[in-house]
Design a protein around this ligand. Structure first.
Ligand code: ATP
Ligand code: MG
Length: 454
C-alpha cells in the first residue's frame, strides 16, 4: 500500500482514480490544480503522483519539474487526453516515470503503479554500487579486468613498454585491441611521440597507399600538393595498423618492404624516407588461417607477429563483467548527466549470463542504452536490451518433470509473450485468457522484469 496523490481538474477522472486506487489498496489524496498538487507533495509526502498534463493553473510538466526538484525519488505518472509527441518527450526528459493516455486502462495503470513502487523500494534497499572517486584518469586504469586472462595481458603490456618491437593484436571485434594498442604506446618509452592510427579497411587501395606513404604533387590526378603519409607523421612514435587483414596483396608487398628495409618512398617520389615508427597491427580475423588460404603473405605475417597478443572474448572472462559494468556506468553517468548507481543482483546475473558476441563494446553500448532509458537510480532489467543468448541451454525448452504447475504456467506465459514480442493482445488470444487475467499473472510472476512489453 502506498500514498498516491492524484492531480486532475476533471472531477470524474479524480473519482474514477479514487475508487480504483483504493480498490488496489492504496491511500489516495485528490486535488484539482497544479499548485495544490505541489503543496500536497510538500505537506503529505506521497510516494507516487498521478498528474494530468493540462491543468487550469500550471501545466503537468511544470508540476513534474517542481516535484522532482523537491524530491527526485517521488515517482510521477503523467496522464493526458492529448497524446502529443513533444510533451511525451519533455515528460520523459524531466524524469516522468511514464506517460499514459486517457481514457485510462486501469489494468495497465495498476501494472505501472506497482512497477514504479517496486523500483522505488528496490532503490531504497540497494546500496550504491558506484562510489565517487577523484582518482586522476590514467589510460592504463581504463583497462578493466582482474581475471587471469587479463592479468596476462597486463604482463605483456609491461614487457612491451621498454622496447619497440612490432606487436600483432588478435581477437574478436570489441575485445579491446585498439585500447591495448594505445596503452602499449602511452605507457611505453615513446609515449611522448605521436600515436597514429590507420584503418586499413576504410580506404580504397590507391588512397590507402598515399595515406600510408604520402605522395608528391602531381603523382596522380588530384594530388595537388605534397602530402606526408602516416609513416612519416608517426615518426619515431607508433603506427597502429587496424584491420590489417584487409590490406590488398599489393600493399602487403609494399608494407613488407617497409618492415624489411625500414625505409620507403612517397607515391611518385624519389627520395627515400627512413621508417622509425613502431608497428602495432590488429585484426579480428585469424591471420594464420588467411595465410593458409593464400590471402595473406606468410612473410609479412612473420614480420608482424614478433609479439602476438590474443584478446580473450568477454564470454571467457565473465568474472570481469561486474567490474566492467561499474566502470562503464561511471563513465556513462558522467557523459549523460545521469546517476544510475544501483544494480539489483538479478540484473547483474542477467548481464553475466549473456554471451556478448560483440564483447566489451556491446556491453558498453547496452549499458549506455539502459542509462538513456532509465528514469530512476536503479539499473533495470527491462532496460537492458540484449538479444536472447544463442548458447542457451537447449533443455530450457523442455518442461522437466520436477516443476510445479505455477512454474510451468510462468514459463509458458513467458514463452508466448516472447514469441509475440510482448504484444499482450496477441498473447491473450494464444493463451485463451482474458486481458485482466493475463495482467494479474504478469504481475504475479514478475514478468515485467523479464520482458519488454509493447
Ligand atoms: N578491458 C577493457 N576495459 C575497459 N574498456 C574496454 C576493455 N576492452 C575494451 N574496452 C572498451 O570497449 C570498446 C571497444 O574496444 P576496442 O575499440 O579497443 O575494440 P577492438 O578490439 O578494436 O574492436 P574491433 O575489432 O571491432 O575494432 C572501447 O570503448 C574500449 O575502450
Ligand atoms: Mg578496433
Amino acid at each position: 500500500m502506498a500514498k498516491i496523490l492524484v492531480i486532475d481538474d476533471d472531477v470524474q477522472i479524480r473519482e474514477l482514480l479514487n475508487v480504483n486506487l483504493k480498490e488496489m489498496g492504496h491511500n489516495v489524496l485528490l486535488v484539482d490544480s497544479g499548485r495544490k498538487g505541489i503543496a500536497a507533495v510538500e505537506n503529505e509526502s506521497p510516494e507516487l503522483v498521478i498528474c494530468d498534463l493540462i491543468l487550469p493553473d500550471i501545466n503537468g510538466i511544470k508540476v513534474l519539474e517542481e516535484i522532482k526538484e523537491y524530491n527526485p525519488k517521488i515517482q510521477v505518472i503523467l496522464i493526458t487526453a492529448y497524446y502529443d509527441i513533444s510533451s511525451i518527450i519533455k515528460a520523459m526528459q524531466k524524469g516522468s516515470f511514464d506517460y499514459l493516455q486517457k481514457p485510462l486502462d486501469f489494468d495497465q495503470l495498476r501494472i505501472k503503479i506497482s512497477r514504479a513502487l517496486e523500483i522505488q523500494s528496490v532503490s531504497e534497499q540497494l546500496e550504491s554500487y558506484i562510489t565517487e572517486d577523484s582518482e586522476e584518469y590514467q589510460l592504463e586504469n581504463s583497462l578493466i579486468g582482474r581475471t587471469p586472462l587479463m592479468q596476462d595481458i597486463a604482463k605483456y603490456i609491461g614487457q612491451l613498454s621498454s622496447n619497440r618491437v612490432s606487436v600483432l593484436l588478435q581477437g574478436e571485434s570489441g575485445t579491446g585491441k585498439e585500447l591495448i594498442a594505445k596503452i602499449i604506446h602511452f605507457t611505453g618509452i615513446s609515449k611522448d611521440k605521436p600515436f597514429i592510427a590507420v584503418n586499413c579497411s576504410a580506404l580504397a587501395e590507391n588512397l590507402l597507399e598515399s595515406e600510408l606513404f604520402g605522395h608528391e604533387k602531381g603523382a596522380f590526378t588530384g594530388a595537388i600538393k605534397n602530402k606526408k603519409g602516416k609513416f612519416e607523421l608517426a615518426h619515431d612514435g607508433t603506427i597502429f595498423l587496424d584491420e590489417i587483414a584487409e590490406l590488398s596483396i599489393n600493399l602487403q608487398a609494399k608494407l613488407l618492404r617497409v618492415l624489411q628495409e625500414r625505409e620507403f618512398e612517397k607515391v611518385g617520389g624519389e627520395e627515400t624516407i627512413p621508417m622509425k615508427a613502431r608497428i602495432i597491427a590488429a585484426s579480428n580475423k585469424n591471420i594464420e588461417k588467411l595465410v593458409e588460404e593464400g590471402k595473406f603473405r606468410e612473410d609479412l605475417y612473420y614480420r608482424l607477429r614478433v609479439f602476438t597478443i590474443t584478446m580473450p572474448p568477454l564470454r571467457n572472462r565473465k568474472e570481469d563483467i561486474p567490474l566492467l559494468v561499474v566502470h562503464f556506468l561511471k563513465k556513462i553517468n558522467n557523459e549523460l548527466h545521469k546517476s544510475v548507481k544501483k544494480i539489483p543482483i538479478k540484473v547483474m546475473d542477467k548481464l553475466q549470463a549473456h554471451s556478448w558476441p560483440g564483447n566489451v563494446r556491446e556491453l558498453e553500448n547496452t549499458l549506455r542504452q539502459a542509462v538513456v532509458l532509465s528514469n530512476s537510480d536503479v539499473l533495470l532489467s527491462e532496460n537492458i536490451l540484449v538479444a536472447p543468448t544463442t548458447n542457451a541451454n537447449p533443455q530450457d525448452d523442455c518442461y522437466e518433470a520436477n516443476l510445479s504447475l505455477a512454474e510451468i504456467e510462468k514459463r509458458h506465459i513467458l514463452k508466448v509473450l516472447e514469441s509475440v514480442n510482448g504484444d499482450k493482445v496477441k498473447a491473450t488470444a494464444i493463451l485463451g485468457i482474458s486481458k485482466p487475467t493475463l495482467y494479474s499473472k504478469i504481475e504475479k510472476y514478475h514478468l515485467t522484469e523479464i520482458i519488454n512489453f509493447r
